[in-house]
Design a protein. Structure first.
Length: 210
């Protein structure tokens, strides 16, 4: 059985400058991998290449998704396969409701897979269960996308989006980590997300990260 995701000797340039220099990585179903490094080390570049960003030129190497050549696919085709990119700073779109955004994304995926498009009522029934898992009220669906959201709300919305993806299939967080200076300084359950949202990171400043 092929790896879920396999990157082989990947070299990538941005505006003529080589950023990725022979990256190799294999990810299997159910595994979690964290890429860590200083600014400019290529973390965002690798994520952008995986999603097919046109500004990043692959000069050599291969990327396979379940044995399929990922580099030959358009960004939307990669998304339909289950790839998802969560942004560090999600864009706010005033006037576009969370419900319309999520339903449009789900409809595109179902249409690509030859599945029936859900009616608004069917979608609402599906999404309500996920809202409860992430402790969102139903009124959250009527808000404009990321408009005025707290940092915690933005991250929980991205977790909600991950429900429709295969690579990062994630329903309810069981472990959350707070990191400083490249080290995990606090680990807890999903309640930690809410604690950070309410009080910020000041509560961890007394911890030694040296």
């Amino acid at each position: 059985m092929p790896n879920l995701l396999e990157i082989i000797n990947l070299h990538t340039q941005v505006e003529g400058k080589e950023i990725l220099k022979g990256v190799n990585l294999a990810i299997n179903q159910g595994e979690i991998h964290a890429l860590m490094g200083p600014n400019g080390s290529g973390k965002s570049t690798l994520a952008s290449v995986l999603m097919g960003h046109p500004s990043f030129v692959v000069t050599s190497g291969k990327i396979n998704w379940q044995g399929q050549d990922l580099l030959s696919l358009k960004p939307e085709e990669r998304s339909h396969l289950g790839l998802f990119l969560a942004f560090q700073y999600p864009v706010s779109v005033t006037g576009l409701t969370v419900e319309h955004f999520l339903r449009s994304a789900l409809s595109a995926h179902r249409q690509s897979a030859g599945q029936k498009i859900l009616s608004p009522l069917e979608f609402r029934s599906l999404i309500e269960a996920e809202l409860k898992l992430l402790k969102f009220k139903s009124e959250f669906l009527e808000r404009s996308l990321n408009d005025g959201f707290s940092g915690g709300e933005k991250k929980r919305l991205e977790i909600l989006q991950l429900h429709y993806q295969r690579l990062l299939h994630y329903l309810s967080p069981t472990n959350v980590h707070v990191m400083m200076a490249g080290k995990i300084i606090k680990s807890a359950g999903s309640d930690l997300v809410q604690a950070v949202e309410q009080t910020g990171y000041q509560q961890f400043e007394h911890l030694n990260v040296a």
